[in-house]
Design a protein around this ligand. Structure first.
Ligand SMILES: Nc1nc2c(c(=O)[nH]1)N[C@H]1C(S)=C(S)[C@@H](COP(=O)(O)O)O[C@H]1N2
Ligand SMILES: [Mo]
Length: 518
């Protein structure tokens, strides 16, 4: 870089901060673009986000709970970008007078990106090294160049610095930031779409074996606004730690059965779907679901019976825990005895409501274990089923203060009327859903104000593993009313009114709403 004819001086702090910001943005955007283009490259922002998620202190329960959702993931991305850009701006100011220190700072960020990227089991070390190195190189070069431009318009010693110098610097910085944003967005779009070499998608999953029985008569109570008995895929809640949806390549993807088995084996996708497939409706729920929350859904799952895979492998006695491992490193663990119980059919599911598993929900295969919360069972992007002992391994969420055992609690939710709604006096249906997989729902009761609990009508259950709808037709009188719901599970246990937080083993308490009757 040559120094041009105009006045050279130390740039102002503000200009140096802008130069740092723009250089940092270009490095982040460039890295994101490379990560989108190069297969096997980790995006530094995502990798650091994953690191933050992995390093959550066990005490930070609320953070753990909140970090699951989509909005929280966006927020985490934005916070990481903001922190990085803030550091870059500071780096720009430092580089004004101590370029060596700034260089060390840039190198440190490069090493952080590399280290975080290498943690990603889907990343290729060499490609990740190239991306982190490129990001650091871009930051260093861009910073030098922009500081140089800024220096050309330095205030001292020329008081009336040429306006074109300032404009040129600012214009260049803005252009660089625009380029960075554009490159970053393009890169993230490519990443989200499964990198440039898109995975071959499966058009359909053959149905060989037992089809689910048709839905029973009376499977719905027929009230508008109640969650449908079968949750459409696009409306199904999504919870996972993945900042970007893993898209395993089918040619290399394998399902391995390992650990305490007599004959470990592995299957390709074609092997798996060539096995007899079984279909059943199962309601799954998230332990993070708040009372009245939406982290629950019911779908028709089609897959290979886990029991068949385990029979083939030959489970050794003493293998008390089944561990599911995902391609992204996520793990679950549940008791072997739960999975092998006669009246339960856990699946390695490959289809959801008739379609191949959507990428968000675990394509190409996931575990569905009736009766257990997702965090201990429902491994998406499944790649390994390992038999071990209960004591030998704690899955992903257990060291983060969540309960090792995760049976789904009995829960019920009022969908209509909505909380704080105004309704007209007269007959008002109070309706919603109740679930206790796979104990089943025996009954649902609704209470208005301080009157006694009244039995609601419930829909015909598909099975003990699925939720039911309920409705109570209420003669609403004017005024403000408090409405509560509680369910009784198939064992006769009534849902407790004692409220608990979702951590460590699920939220308890009755969903309660207020409505105003005009
Ligand atoms: N690989 C992987 N599988 C996972 C998770 C995850 O973070 N990673 N989260 C689990 C949790 S906590 C839940 S509640 C269910 C949610 O499944 P869904 O997103 O299909 O509704 O997936 C489970 N499977
Ligand atoms: Mo969950």
């Amino acid at each position: 870089m040559t120094i041009s004819s105009s006045v050279v001086a130390i740039p102002s702090r503000l200009a140096a901060a802008v130069a740092g910001l723009a250089a940092g943005a270009l490095a982040l955007g460039g890295a994101e673009l490379l990560a989108g283009i190069l297969p096997g490259a980790a995006s530094p922002v995502i990798a650091v986000g994953d690191l933050v998620i992995a390093l959550q202190p066990p005490g930070a329960k609320q953070f753990v709970v909140d970090l699951f959702g989509e909005a929280d993931k966006l927020l985490l991305n934005l916070v990481i970008i903001a922190v990085a850009l803030g550091a870059a701006a500071v780096g720009g100011i430092v580089a004004r007078t101590r370029p060596g220190v700034a260089t060390i700072g840039i190198a440190a960020f490069g090493i952080l990106a590399l280290g975080a990227g290498l943690r990603d089991p889907l990343s290729e070390p060499l490609v990740t090294f190239v991306v982190a190195g490129a990001a650091a190189g871009i930051a260093w070069l861009a910073l030098r160049w922009l500081l140089h431009l800024a220096a050309e318009r330095g205030e001292p010693p020329v008081a009336e610095m040429p306006a074109w110098g300032r404009r040129r610097f600012l214009g260049t910085s803005i252009a660089v930031m625009g380029l960075a944003a554009g490159g970053g967005l393009l890169g993230r779009t490519l990443l989200a779409r499964g990198r440039l070499d898109a995975v071959p998608q499966v058009g359909s999953v053959p149905l060989a074996g037992a089809a689910a029985a048709p839905l029973p008569d009376g499977v719905a109570v027929g009230v508008d606004g109640v969650s449908p008995i079968v949750t459409p895929n696009r409306d199904f809640y999504r919870i996972d730690t993945a900042l970007i949806v893993p898209r395993p390549r089918l040619e290399t993807w394998r399902l391995r059965i390992t650990g305490m088995v007599r004959e470990p084996f592995e299957l390709t996708y074609d092997d798996l779907v060539a096995m007899p497939l079984h279909e059943q409706y199962v309601t799954i729920a998230c332990v993070s679901n708040e009372v009245g929350g939406g982290l629950v859904g019911n779908a028709l799952w089609r897959g290979v019976r886990l029991k068949e895979l385990l029979e083939r492998a030959g489970v050794e006695s003493g293998a008390t825990q089944i561990v599911g491992r995902a391609v992204d490193g996520f793990t679950v663990g549940f008791p072997t005895a739960h999975a092998l119980a006669d009246d339960r059919e856990p699946l390695v599911a490959v289809a959801m409501n008739g379609d191949p598993l959507p990428a968000d929900h675990g394509f190409p295969a996931r575990l569905i274990v009736p009766g257990l919360f997702g965090y201990v069972s429902a491994t998406k992007w499944l790649t390994e089923i390992e038999l071990t002992t209960w004591e030998a391994f704690d899955a992903y969420w257990v060291p983060l203060s969540w309960s090792k055992e995760g049976p789904i609690l009995t829960q019920s939710r009022i969908d209509v009327p909505q909380d704080r709604a105004s309704v007209a006096a007269g007959t008002v249906p109070i309706a919603g859903v109740a679930w206790a997989p796979d104990r089943g729902i025996r009954g649902v009761e609704v209470q208005v104000d301080e009157e006694g609990w009244t039995a609601a009508e419930i829909s015909a259950p598909i099975s003990d593993a699925t939720w039911v709808q309920f409705v109570r037709r209420w003669e609403a009188t004017s005024g403000e009313h408090l409405i509560r719901v509680r369910a009784t599970d198939g064992t006769g246990e009534v849902q407790t009114d004692r409220r608990t937080q979702p951590a460590p083993d699920g939220a308890r308490g009755h969903h309660t709403i207020t409505v105003t009757v005009a």
